[in-house]
Ligand binder design. Structure first.
Ligand code: SF4
Ligand code: FES
Length: 261
C-alpha cells in the first residue's frame, strides 16, 4: 500500500511548527500505524533527516502513550482503538493521512507528535491513591466488594490515561479522565478514607492544570479507546457536590488566604 502522510513537525515548545508531506510506498496492510511510522523513520534516518518523534511504549493498548490525532480523530478513525492497535488495512490504498499531536492548552507540544501530558499526572497525584492498610488476602469465598460496585469500578479502571478525551473536547476538558479516576476509588472500600479529600483535590488540580470546562459535547466518550461512558462525569459531579456540602477541607480550600494567615 502507498500513502501520502502529512505530519506535524515541530522542533520544540517555542517553534511554530507546520505540516511536512512524506510519501511512503510498499507498506504491508498488516503493519500497525506505529510500525508504518517506524518504516518512515528508518527512511528519514537513512537520508540523514530527523525522524518523526512520537510517543509509544506497550504497543498493545495498555499504556496510553501513543497519543496522536489521525485525520482529525484522536487515535484514528476506529472506535475503541488506540493508535498502536490501528492497522494500515484500515486505510484505503493511496490515501492521504494527516497526523498531528494532541491539541490542548494543558498539553504543550514537546516535539513533533509528542506532547507533555504531565498535567494528567498532577491530577492523579492530587488524590489518586489509597492510604488504608487493606490487610491480608481475604478468604477465597468472601465477597468484600459487591459485584455491581466491583464491575463499575473495573469499568472506570480501564482508563489508560491517554488524554484522547482532552484532545477530542472542544474545551480541552479532562472531565472524563478525572471522573474515571475518582469513580474507580470512590466505589471501593479501600477508597473511602480519602473519598472527600480526593475528589476536591483532583478537581482543584484539574482546574489548575489549564483544562477547560465540560459543556456536554460528549466528544470525549466517542474518542475514548476504552469506551469510558460519560455517566462517570455525572458521578464525578455528584461526588464533588457531596464533598463540597459536607467537607471542612473544601471550606479551607475556598479560603486559602485566611488559611495562610
Ligand atoms: S477517559 Fe478514555 S480517552 Fe480519557 S484518558 Fe482515560 S482512556 Fe484515555
Ligand atoms: S503504545 Fe501503549 S497504548 Fe499504544
Amino acid at each position: 500500500m502507498d500513502f501520502t502522510l502529512h505530519i506535524w513537525r515541530q522542533r520544540g515548545r517555542e517553534d511554530a511548527g507546520g505540516f511536512v508531506t512524506y510519501p511512503v510506498r510498499g507498506i504491508s496492510p498488516d503493519l500497525s500505524f506505529l510500525e508504518m511510522l517506524d518504516v518512515l523513520n528508518e527512511e528519514l534516518a537513512g537520508r540523514g533527516e530527523a525522524p518523526v518523534a512520537f510517543d509509544h511504549d506497550c504497543r498493545e493498548g495498555i499504556c496510553g502513550s501513543c497519543a496522536m490525532v489521525i485525520n482529525g480523530d484522536p487515535h484514528g478513525p476506529l472506535r475503541a482503538t488506540t493508535t498502536c492497535q490501528l492497522y494500515m488495512r484500515h486505510f484505503a490504498d493511496g490515501a492521504d493521512i494527516t497526523i498531528e499531536p494532541w491539541r490542548a492548552e494543558a498539553f504543550p507540544v514537546l516535539r513533533d507528535l509528542i506532547v507533555d501530558r504531565s498535567a494528567l499526572d498532577r491530577v492523579i497525584q492530587a488524590g489518586g491513591y489509597v492510604s488504608v492498610n487493606s490487610g491480608a488476602a481475604p478468604d477465597a469465598h468472601a465477597t468484600t466488594v459487591a459485584k455491581q460496585a466491583a464491575d463499575t469500578a473495573f469499568e472506570a479502571a480501564a482508563c489508560i490515561g491517554c488524554g484522547a478525551c482532552v484532545a477530542a473536547c472542544p474545551n480541552g476538558a479532562a472531565m472524563l479522565f478525572t471522573a474515571a479516576k475518582v469513580a474507580q476509588l470512590a466505589l471501593l472500600p479501600q477508597g473511602q478514607p480519602e473519598r472527600v479529600r480526593r475528589v476536591i483535590g483532583m478537581v482543584e488540580a484539574m482546574d489548575h492544570a489549564g483544562f477547560g470546562n465540560c459543556t456536554n459535547h460528549y466528544s470525549c466518550a466517542e474518542a475514548c479507546p476504552k469506551e469510558i461512558p460519560v455517566r462517570f462525569i455525572a458521578r464525578l459531579n455528584r461526588e464533588f457536590l457531596r464533598a463540597a456540602l459536607t467537607s471542612r477541607e473544601f471550606v479551607e480550600l475556598e479560603r486559602p488566604h485566611e488559611h495562610e494567615e
